[in-house]
Design a protein around this ligand. Structure first.
Ligand code: NAP
Length: 248
């Protein structure tokens, strides 16, 4: 077995593709979800049919008690976590700064920044060789928006992903000597349901003209990069942010 992997937001999109690929590579998987139980349980059932081992656990990553319960459940049902993918994230309706209020900024940063901080904290407590753990790897899912800025669409989302880039660099250094590697992927525009939740289901096809490779990406292409960063093939890589964006 490759280890025990928690994928936050693993029921749909990039997280679901990551969970499926990781199961094929031999990980026991916790598919975390926020609201869509049916979708998460579908991913778990598919992994089980292919001979893998997975559980679905509801938890809002922005709620401290939920995150504690998520990790305790994994301890009990799968064993000590060895890999974490901080994938859960949200956007909101496209808006310019004038229409972004404090409540929206708080929702965005709670899900996209507080969530990864809390999940990483619980993972580090269990993985750190300084605390008796056996080491591990963390991959944060950022976004090309952190480089581009999200102007006219998602300033708050882009800024939250900028925080994730910086968190990745800092945490990687903080725990590099404790057997834990921390890296990030920065997807470009990927075919998932997130664009519908931002109010534009066809956004990838509108934006693909701006991608040097001339197409949007598939969730499986991001998952492959995540699994590589988690694997021993990336054993000397930490604090790295890997763009998975077709050259954009
Ligand atoms: P998606 O299809 O909308 O799926 C998002 C997943 O996150 C869902 O499983 C959702 O759970 C979960 N989630 C949302 N808020 C949560 C919370 N507070 N606690 C726990 N789970 C939560 O999104 P996606 O496109 O796959 O995006 C995944 C990650 O990639 C995000 O971090 C996103 O910012 C990033 N990304 C995406 C793109 C893109 O073009 N698609 C580009 C760059 C970066 P439910 O199923 O229960 O709702």
């Amino acid at each position: 077995m490759s280890g025990v992997l928690i994928v936050t937001g693993g029921g749909r999109g990039i997280g679901a593709a990551t969970a499926r690929l990781a199961a094929k590579r031999g990980y026991a998987i916790c598919v975390n979800f926020a609201k869509n139980r049916e979708s998460a349980e579908g991913v778990v059932a598919g992994i089980g049919q292919d001979g893998g081992r997975a559980i679905a656990v509801q938890a809002d990553v922005g709620v401290e008690a939920d995150v504690a319960r998520l990790f305790d459940t994994v301890d009990r049902e799968l064993g000590t976590v060895t890999a974490l993918v901080n994938n859960a994230g949200i956007i909101e309706k496209q808006a310019r700064l004038g229409d972004i209020d404090a409540a929206r900024i708080a929702r965005m940063f709670t899900a996209n920044v507080t969530g990864p901080f809390l999940c990483a904290r619980e993972a580090v407590r269990r993985m750190s060789t300084r605390q008796g753990g056996a080491g591990g790897a963390i991959v944060n899912v950022s976004s090309a928006a952190s480089r581009i800025g999200g102007g006219g669409e998602y300033l708050d989302y882009a800024a939250s992903k900028g925080a994730i880039d910086t968190f990745t660099l800092g945490l990687a250094k903080e725990i590099a000597a404790e057997g834990i590697r921390v890296n990030a992927v920065r997807p470009g525009i990927i075919y998932t349901e997130i664009h519908a939740s931002g109010g534009e289901p066809g956004r990838v096809d509108r934006m693909k003209a701006f991608v040097p490779m001339g197409r949007g990406g598939q969730a499986e292409e991001v998952a492959a990069a995540i699994l590589w960063l988690l694997s021993d093939e990336a054993s000397y890589i930490t604090g790295t942010i890997l763009d998975v964006a077709g050259g954009r």
